[in-house]
Ligand binder design. Structure first.
Ligand code: SF4
Length: 385
């Protein structure tokens, strides 16, 4: 990329499939971490589902397959500009939807310049079997730069921390092999400090901005480390019912659900999806320089994974409990992808633990909630009034 006579070297994109893979470690190696769920061309919902396969995992595999082709040829479901995350692109997709509602037709599929390049890398995680199989598929299809990050399934023993540490070291070697450089402790600390500040400020903004703008700000942060905060908003109307949105990946095409919930009289007071507030939980403690930054990175992630996949997953419940109480949450929307048994299985435990009404919503390929799910959502909200 050139601007006048200044040349900025291209930084290889390293796509992450989980917010629990440390983006700071990749950035410190001189590479560009990108939450692939924020990509403009992430093919959510536009591919036929294989039986029993989670749509998110399948979309990740299709996204990786498309990395080998340039320009990428997928229908412009979300956007069509080069180098843009799904946020700005989604705004245009809303206007496309508007045109369709007004009697226009859907734009034809077209060759879409990809924001990614053929030399990109992809990091899968072992957070579920579907993602493991996604990695296997990427390898079988010959993707050159794929890595499987072994996220410890347990967290209560020192061995879990040791696994995380050795996985980060292994990832570091991989990053150097594909063109990164091993970071100095000072460089790593710098990257972590900046990220830590942004995470804190975004978290502070969660309750003073609209749920939609919060989701957009987080998508930008996971896409390029953006420090832009969402604009503050006036206090929400008192008659809106505070709801917790809990579940796995919550992608740009589905943010319309936030508007649909507001139209039904509710408001997301806690976005506890995979790309919501939980994704900001890693934090780094150096204790005035007494702890080397690499150790702080290991602990900062390992001690703060708030996921459904760990056993026991009591940290998820411990994290939810004070937030549900302090935000006056009166109902839970548990949103899961078809084929995601991990989240679906939590429905009963969530009901029993928090004694709150809970609606299980299935993520489909439509923006927002599918028509049948929308009816269920409206009926659920009526029971809370
Ligand atoms: S949504 Fe569920 S099945 Fe899909 S990748 Fe995430 S944890 Fe795995």
């Amino acid at each position: 990329m050139t601007a006048g006579n200044i040349t900025t070297p291209h930084r290889m994109d390293v796509f992450l499939t989980s917010p629990w893979i440390p983006a700071e470690w990749i950035r410190a190696h001189g590479l560009q971490p990108r939450g692939l769920w924020s990509a403009e061309n992430f093919p959510n919902g536009s591919w036929p589902l294989s039986a029993g396969v989670c749509a998110f995992a399948e979309a990740a595999v299709q996204f990786v397959a498309a990395l080998g082709r340039e320009p990428l040829t997928v229908p412009p479901r979300i956007g069509e500009r080069v180098g843009e995350c799904g946020v700005g692109a989604l705004r245009r997709s809303d206007s496309i939807a508007q045109r369709i509602r007004e009697g226009g037709s859907s734009p034809p599929p077209a060759a879409v310049p990809s924001c990614s390049r053929t030399d990109s890398a992809i990091i899968f995680s072992t957070s579920c079997d579907q993602m493991r199989r996604g990695f296997d598929t990427a390898i079988l299809r010959g993707h050159r730069h794929a890595f499987l990050f072994n996220l410890p399934a347990t967290w209560q023993t020192p061995a879990a921390g040791q696994i995380f540490r050795s996985e980060l070291e292994r990832l570091g070697k991989f990053l150097v092999e594909i063109g990164g450089h091993a970071p100095s402790p000072a460089a790593l600390r710098r990257v972590m400090s900046q990220s830590s500040q942004t995470r804190k400020r975004l978290l502070q903004s969660a309750q003073t901005t609209s749920p939609r703008q919060f989701a957009e700000a987080l998508a930008r942060f996971h896409w390029n480390g953006s420090r832009a905060l969402p604009p503050p908003q006036k206090a929400p109307p008192a008659n809106q019912i505070p709801i917790a949105l809990i579940g796995g990946p919550f992608l740009a095409p589905h943010w319309k659900l936030l508007d649909e919930l507001e139209a039904a009289g509710g408001r997301v007071a806690l976005n506890a999806t995979e790309m919501g507030e939980r994704s900001l939980s890693p934090s780094f403690a150096y204790q005035s320089g007494a702890i080397p930054p690499f150790d702080a990175l290991v602990r900062g992630y390992c001690d703060n994974i708030i996921g459904v996949f760990q056993r026991p997953n009591t940290r998820l419940y411990a994290w939810l409990k004070p937030r549900l109480a302090s935000r006056g949450v009166r109902g839970i929307l548990l949103r899961h992808f078809t084929g995601c048994d991990l989240w679906r299985a939590e429905a009963q435990t969530l009901r029993e633990t928090f004694a709150l009404p809970l609606l299980l919503l299935e993520a489909g390929s439509e923006p927002g909630a599918a028509p049948r799910e929308l009816n269920r959502l409206q009926a659920f909200m009526e029971t809370l009034t």
